[in-house]
Write a protein that binds this ligand. Structure first.
Ligand SMILES: Nc1ncnc2c1ncn2[C@@H]1O[C@H](COP(=O)(O)OP(=O)(O)O)[C@@H](O)[C@H]1O
Ligand SMILES: [Mg+2]
Length: 303
């Protein structure tokens, strides 16, 4: 588990961030950055580097390894500190709050801005390095691959998708992105997986979700990880979140991914509410979402 660095941040001095960002720079070339190279990357003197290394080691922001040479690498905490520091400098964030959720590949916290927001740190490439490596897409355009790059790429992709979709589609409003972190609107709601809908709400809620999927397709995106865990339900409606793996609709398999998303979400409703949701023509439904003709759930899903 990655520690919350918010508490450490006030203790850090500008030179500590220079050290962290120096190591970050060096990690573009190798996972363990040789100590001799850190003064150049961080623009600190060798003595200053020694002093800052000790401070950052003490706070668990970096790690040391000595094999052929003495090398240093950022821990996720160090990378978190850099991202959080940037948001604070840009005035995107003025305070830090409680955890909102720990996902498969993320840590999400409440943060304070001009209103409460959600900060999501991406953890791809660290918790699940091998899975991500299998998905060539993530890594194909770079030879040296580190978790830093993978996690940052995921955050960039998610932010890009949110920007493309908001406000036409009901997704969290994107506020900012830095490194592997994004700040977005905080959604007050309950995950679909944790709700027990009233009978007369079941089909309308499924209908709302499908409509958002249709509109997302129209804006050029297929979510590609749709499930009851990535939909919030509230009095105001539904919100679809967790978009880092979204694919563009001009991707050759876009319709396949869309069908799989439909299958996942309709399948969930069928399992949870079998007396209300029957067989569905998933293929026809997918096609209708893609060409924009989808209008109501009744046409495609039996009662
Ligand atoms: N904008 C948000 N507002 C409030 N809570 C959120 C928000 N985004 C994510 N969360 C919480 O954090 C958890 C993990 O986020 P998610 O984007 O699904 O990441 P993962 O890829 O790890 O599944 C969610 O299940 C949810 O409870
Ligand atoms: Mg999720």
């Amino acid at each position: 588990m990655v520690q919350n660095v918010a508490g450490v941040l006030p203790e850090l001095e500008p030179e500590d961030f220079h050290l962290l960002s120096g190591i970050e720079q060096g990690m573009r070339f190798s996972e363990w950055v040789a100590k001799e190279k850190i003064p150049k990357f961080s623009r600190l003197t060798a003595e200053e580097v020694d002093y800052r290394i000790d401070r950052c080691l003490d706070r668990d922001l970096i790690e040391r390894k000595t094999i052929q040479y003495e090398g240093y690498t950022l821990k996720f905490e160090g990378y978190d500190a850099l991202a959080l520091h940037s948001f604070a400098e840009r005035d995107t964030i003025s305070g830090f709050g409680a955890s909102l959720g720990v996902g498969k590949e993320s840590d999400v916290y409440e943060v304070q801005s001009y209103e409460p927001m959600a900060l999501k740190y991406h953890r791809e490439g660290y918790t699940n390095f091998r899975e991500v490596m299998k998905e060539r897409d993530y890594t194909s355009d770079r030879d040296h691959v580190s978790w830093l790059y993978t996690a940052r790429k995921a955050a960039e992709r998610e932010f890009e998708s949110l920007e493309a979709l908001y406000p036409q589609v009901s997704v969290p409003r994107p506020i900012g992105q830095n490194r592997h972190a994004i700040v977005m609107e905080k959604i007050d709601g309950v995950e679909l997986s944790r709700t027990k809908l009233e009978d007369d709400q079941v089909r309308p809620v499924l209908g709302l979700i499908l409509r958002e999927m249709r509109d997302a397709y129209d804006e050029g995106r297929v979510h590609a990880d749709m499930s009851e865990y990535n939909v919030f339900v509230s009095e105001d409606g539904i919100t679809i979140f967790d978009w880092p793996q979204a694919i563009p609709t001009d991707h050759e398999n876009a319709e396949e991914f869309l069908e799989r998303d439909v299958e996942n979400i309709v399948g969930y409703f069928r399992r949870k509410y079998p007396q209300l949701v029957g067989d569905a023509d998933v293929e026809a439904l997918g096609a209708a979402l893609a060409d924009g003709s989808y209008d109501s759930v009744g046409e495609f899903v039996d009662e």
